[in-house]
Design a binder for this molecule. Structure first.
Ligand SMILES: *Cc1c(COP(=O)(O)O)cnc(C)c1O
Length: 366
């Protein structure tokens, strides 16, 4: 089988040692396994700069969206109201979740290349006192923009509301002081910056807010409070857990620590990202997001001017030579995306840039 590295922002390329952990069929009910679950939860708390007196961690089966849906459908009550600040497909997905679960909500849609404005959110909170919760995405993977959760957190906390952050593609790759900012629920998943494989999401929760959500859940399997209560008792998951994924994740956390923790990983990702953007610029390929808002995870690039090739042709050429890239997702321009998280290093960035150059040169000759 011909393999390639993933330049997609999750699933991403993991180490062989993380994959090897999955060769063992672990029993779920015994103390060893429960201990692994408890340790994972503790380590995630530490990565979030939180401690177990005020925060806790819930692991939830499924992909990242299951985690977002679990939070929104479990913590916003029937007589409460959610404000969603969206500037990409993942913010818009929160609206889909709200609709499906009949959660009362309002949405503030921002342009895909702009960050949601804290001022605007402040005004909306002043004008609509029914709003009880505010939700937004940190790293909008749609475009690669990094939203200013710090500024919004200040407004939301000042107004005494609950703040929910989808940090799926940033947690572990960008340092986030969860208690410092006053975030109440922050969601990420196993297959992004922690560099595990897909299979569950995790939610770092402010304990008192989680307690308040008791009995509000609209779904049995996604009930955040019940999942927590079961897990909190002795580390047992409610319903079958993705055992192989859990073992791989425990290993991935260890490797994150060995790399030097979030500061070292964040630096590697940022270096990858800046090198990529600089090199692509050298032959006229420009990023969609301006430098002041570009995040370190994934970059949206405009197609080069006057190009006469499809994304598929470019994708095939690069995949054939060892890397899988990503189609664009912004609606108003022709773009493609390159992620730089996972087991990706300077040499990979230089290699993929040279492949682009080679591809463009072969295209110009015909
Ligand atoms: C990956 C991602 C998700 C979750 O997507 P799944 O396909 O359900 O794993 C949610 N939000 C953001 C910002 C993401 O990058």
């Amino acid at each position: 089988m011909k393999t390639y590295k993933l330049l997609t922002p999750g699933p991403l390329t993991t180490t062989d040692t993380v994959k090897q952990e999955m060769l063992f069929d672990h029993c779920t009910w015994d103390d060893d396994y429960k201990k692994i679950t408890l340790e994972i939860r503790d380590q995630l708390l530490t990565l979030a700069h939180a401690d177990s007196t005020t925060y806790t961690v819930v692991l939830m089966q499924g992909s990242g969206t299951f985690g977002v849906e679990s939070v929104l459908s479990s913590v916003v009550g029937e007589n409460e109201k959610l404000l969603i600040a969206a500037n990409g497909a993942y913010g818009e997905r929160m609206e889909e979740i709200a609709k499906h679960n009949r959660i009362p909500y309002v949405i503030y849609n921002e342009h895909y290349n702009q960050v949601p404005s804290a001022e605007k959110i402040k005004k909306m909170l002043e004008e609509d006192s029914d709003i009880t919760h505010v939700a937004m995405v940190h790293s909008e993977t749609t475009s690669g923009i990094l939203n200013d959760i710090q500024a919004v957190a200040q407004i939301v906390k000042g107004a005494g509301k609950t703040f929910i952050v989808d940090a799926m593609s940033s947690f572990g790759g960008v340092d986030i002081d969860v208690p410092g900012m006053g975030i109440d629920f922050i969601i990420s998943s196993a297959n992004k910056c922690i560099q595990g494989v897909p299979g569950f999401s995790f939610i770092i929760c402010k304990k008192d807010k989680l307690e308040e959500s008791r009995g509000k859940a609209r779904s049995l399997s996604l009930d955040l409070y019940d999942q927590w209560k079961t897990m909190e008792a002795d580390g047992k998951w409610r319903f079958t857990s993705p055992t192989h994924v859990v073992l791989a994740f425990a290993r991935a956390l260890k490797e994150l620590e060995e790399e030097g923790g979030i500061p070292a990983r964040a630096k590697r990702y940022l270096d990858n990202n800046q090198l990529l953007i600089r090199k692509m610029k050298e032959f006229g390929i420009r990023p969609y997001i301006s430098p002041d808002h570009q995040g370190p995870i994934i970059t949206t690039f405009f197609y080069p001017e006057n190009c006469n090739f499809s994304f598929q042709e470019m994708y095939d050429f690069i995949k054939e030579r060892g890397y899988a890239i990503y189609p664009g997702k912004v609606t108003e321009a022709d773009t493609f995306r390159i992620g730089n998280i996972g087991e990706i290093y300077e040499e990979d960035i230089l290699k993929v840039v040279s492949l682009f150059k080679e591809f463009l040169e072969t295209r110009q000759e015909v």
